[in-house]
Design a protein around this ligand. Sequence first.
Ligand code: FAD
Length: 512
Amino acid sequence: MTRTFPDLVDVAIVGSGPCGAAYARILSERCPSATVATFEVGPLLADPPGVHVKNIVDPAARAQAQRLSEGPAPQRDDTPTDTLEGYVDTAPRLVRPGTFLLAAGYQQPGEDGLPSVAMSSNVGGMGAHWTGACPRPGGSERITFLPDLEELLDEGGRLLAVDAHAFDDAPFADEVRKRLSAAFDDGRDDDRRVAPMPLAVVRHDDGRVTWSGADVVFGQATRSNPNFTLVPQALASEVVIDGDRATGVRVRDLRTGDEHVVRARFIVVAADALRTPQLLWASGVRPRALGRYLNDQPQTVFAVRLRDVAHVSEEQVDSRTAPEIVPQSGVSWVPYTDEEPFHGQVMQLDASPVPLADDDVPAPGSIVGLGWFCAKDLQESDRVEFDDTGSDPYGMPAMRIHYRLTERDRASIEASRAAIRRAGEALGDPLDDEPLTFAPGTSLHYQGTVRMGETDDGASVCSPTSRVWGVDGLYVAGNGVIPTAIACNPTLTSVALAVAGARDIATRLDGS
Ligand code: FAD
C-alpha cells in the first residue's frame, strides 16, 4: 500500500484523539474546501478510524487493538481486555489496557512524581480507551475569561454525542441517586446536585450501546470530506518555524523512516498533555510556562454493595464477560463544588470486577464502584521538563517530571476519602475496609502544560482561542490547554476549547 504525504495543506493537525478530531470536524463543517491533514504517530486500530476499542466485539481483536495502542511498551498478550479488571489494584504503577507508562523520569528524588503517568499511541488516542464521563466544570473549575464557555461545552457535547439519559432505566439508578442526594445535595446549587453522569455513548434503536471515540468526533462530515487526510504511523518531530511564524511540520513516516516537510498555513498540536509541550520544545518554541502547572487529579476509589436491594437467582445474572457497556451500567455524578473540591463518579458494575464470594450472586447494578477525583493545588514548579540530549523511544526529547503534592493537596485528598466513605455508607455496605488512594498519575487526566491565558503574562502558553503566544499560525489542543484546577473528567472541556480554536482558524481561512 502506498500513501502520500501532502506537500502543502491549509491545516496540519498533530494527533488524532478527540481534540485533534474536533479540529478536523469543525473545519470540515465550516471550511469544506480547506485542505486538512492529520498526522498520528500510532497505528490505525479498526474501521472507522478512531473507533473505541470496546466497540470491537471480538475479544481477540479487541486485545490486539489495545496492544497496538501501547506504543513502545505493549503489555503481555494475555492482559485482560477489561479496563476495570484489576482496577482496585495497589500496584505502585497501575497501567490500563491501551495505555503505556512513561518508562523513566516519572519521579525525582524527594518528590511525589507521577508514577502512573501514561499515554496512548493509536488513531483515536486515549479516546479509544476512555470511560466517556463528560461532566461540566463548575465553580472555580470554570475558565472565567471565556464568556461563551457554556455554548462551547454544548458544542463539545454535540461532537462527542454526550447523553445524560442513556442509562435512565439502569436498575437501581434512581435509588443510587436518591441515597447520594440525601448525603450530598443539601445547600448545593441546582447544577451541582447529584445527577446522572453525562456520558459519551450512543444508545442505538436496537438497544445496543456504543462508546464514542474519536470516530464519533470526526463524524461523517470529516470522513466524507475529500480534502481531509489522516496519516497513521506518522511522527511529527518538529513544527517548522520561520521567524515568528509556524510554516509547516516535519513528519517521519514510521513505516519507511522517510522524512517529509508538510507546509501548512496553520498547525494544531493535539498530541496529549505531555507530548504537545514535547513537540513545541523540540521545535524551539519554549515559552516560560511550557510544561509547567502540570496537574493530575488525585484519585480515590471504593466499592460497596447496595443495601436493601433484592438479590437474584444465578440464571438472572447477565453472564457476559466482555466489557461492553449495557443498559445496566448506570453512572451517577456527584459534582465538584468549591466547598467540597472533588468530583465523584459512581458506576454500577453489573458484571462486577470486584471479587465476591462464590455463592453470593449480586443483583445486576447492585455492586457500585465509586471514584473521587480532587482538584490539584496548582504550582508553577510542577512540570514536565525536556532533555536536549536524551531521547524517548520515539527519538523525541526525553521527559522528566517534577511533581509534588502540597499540604493543601494532602488535606483535600483526606477530605475526599471522608466524602467517598460518606457516599459508600449512604449507599450500602463497603466491600473493603478502607478506600484506596492511587499513586499520582493514575487519573489519566493531565492538565495545564500548555495552558490558556487571557494575556501573554508568562503564566500561559496560548490565548483564549488556543493560539500559541508569539508564534503566528500555531495552535495547541488537549487537556494541557485547561488553565484551571479541575477535578471533573476533562475531555468535554478540552474538546470545547478545541471548538473555539477551530472556529478561529475557520474565520482566518475565510478571511484570506
Ligand atoms: P489523546 O486522546 O491522548 O490523543 C493524542 C494523540 O496524539 C495520540 O493518539 C498520540 O499517539 C498522538 N501523538 C502524540 N505525539 C505525537 C507526535 N509527535 N506525532 C504524531 N502524533 C502524536 N476522560 C474523560 O473526560 N472522561 C473519562 O471518563 C475518561 N476515562 C478514561 C479512561 C481511560 C482508561 C483512559 C485511558 C482515559 C480516560 N480519559 C477520560 C481521558 C481521555 O481519554 C483524554 O482526556 C482524551 O483522550 C484526551 O484527548 P486528546 O485528543 O487531547 O489526547
